[in-house]
Design a protein around this ligand. Structure first.
Ligand SMILES: C[S@@+](CC[C@H](N)C(=O)[O-])C[C@H]1O[C@@H](n2cnc3c(N)ncnc32)[C@H](O)[C@@H]1O
Length: 245
């Protein structure tokens, strides 16, 4: 089956994500709060051009692995690694099946920038959560971020139209799988077409219970805006979940 999100990252989104090099406020706060022991090892999942992996190397970590499903991203990351004389081990892999990495391998696992939400199938998404648990050491920390269904105002009206179209077209697609509204900051005019890249927008309670059922202890849950204003209960933006195995 085609992975249309991986195709987007290989083509339209390649330039942006292979070259990005600044940190979001939430990422900055989470990395400095949880990645406290730079003698430990780290994996960066869906690394793109290695933005987070290189940042973590600059924090003093020297045992870092990173992978991406798009070979071009890894080629670009390896090129930069050579220029920087970096020791990061970059590989091509799919978060759904991490047979390249052993059980209980990593102290810190980074699943940021909503990488798992681009996996095309529900079963594969669940498999990727299990893989995150398997490759992380007992006591290890996993930083996840997810697309949060309830924080994007367009999701409900978009779903009303989409659900109708899906019924007419006899397509069986989960309600929380939504097309990209913008690609490279331009409106996606093919938004209602069939066979398009869809992202999986999670619901907070469900993802928390899935993570706990796998065996994780949840240490912290916040939306992006709550890293800027600690006191707000209103949630906006990406959902960050910190887990411990
Ligand atoms: C939003 S970009 C983030 C890139 C990088 N982590 C960063 O923060 O700069 C998402 C990345 O996840 C990768 N990706 C998507 N699905 C993946 C999968 N199943 N396994 C591994 N990487 C995946 C994409 O190719 C893309 O590079």
């Amino acid at each position: 089956m085609r992975n249309l999100n991986a195709e987007l990252y290989s083509n339209e989104l390649f330039e942006e994500w292979s070259k990005k090099n600044y940190l979001l406020i939430a990422e900055d706060k989470l990395l400095s709060k949880y990645l406290i022991d730079n003698t430990k090892n780290v994996i960066d999942v869906g690394t793109g051009g290695g933005r987070l992996a290189f940042y973590v190397e600059n924090m003093g970590f020297n045992n870092i692995s990173a992978f991406d499903i798009v070979p071009g991203m890894i080629k670009q990351a390896k090129k930069v690694a050579k220029e920087k004389e970096s020791n990061i081990e970059f590989k091509v892999a799919d978060a759904v099946n991490l047979s390249k990495y052993g059980n209980n391998t990593f102290d810190y696992s980074l699943y940021l920038q909503q990488v798992l939400n681009f996996i095309p199938e529900e079963e594969e998404f669940n498999a990727s959560l299990n893989e995150s648990y398997r490759i992380t050491k007992k006591g290890g920390i996993v930083l996840f971020s997810f697309l949060d269904y309830n924080t994007r105002i367009f999701n409900r009206p978009l779903n009303m139209v989409l659900n109708l179209l899906r019924i007419i077209r006899k397509e069986k697609v989960l309600t929380q799988r939504l097309p990209w509204i913008k690609i490279n900051n331009k409106f996606n005019w093919k938004i209602f077409n069939k066979n398009q890249a869809l992202s999986y927008w999670v619901k907070k309670d469900k993802i928390l219970s899935d993570l706990q059922n796998i065996g994780y202890t949840v240490l912290e849950v916040k939306n992006a805006n709550q890293f800027i204003n600690n006191n707000t209960t209103k949630r906006k933006g990406m959902l960050y979940i910190v887990c411990q195995k």
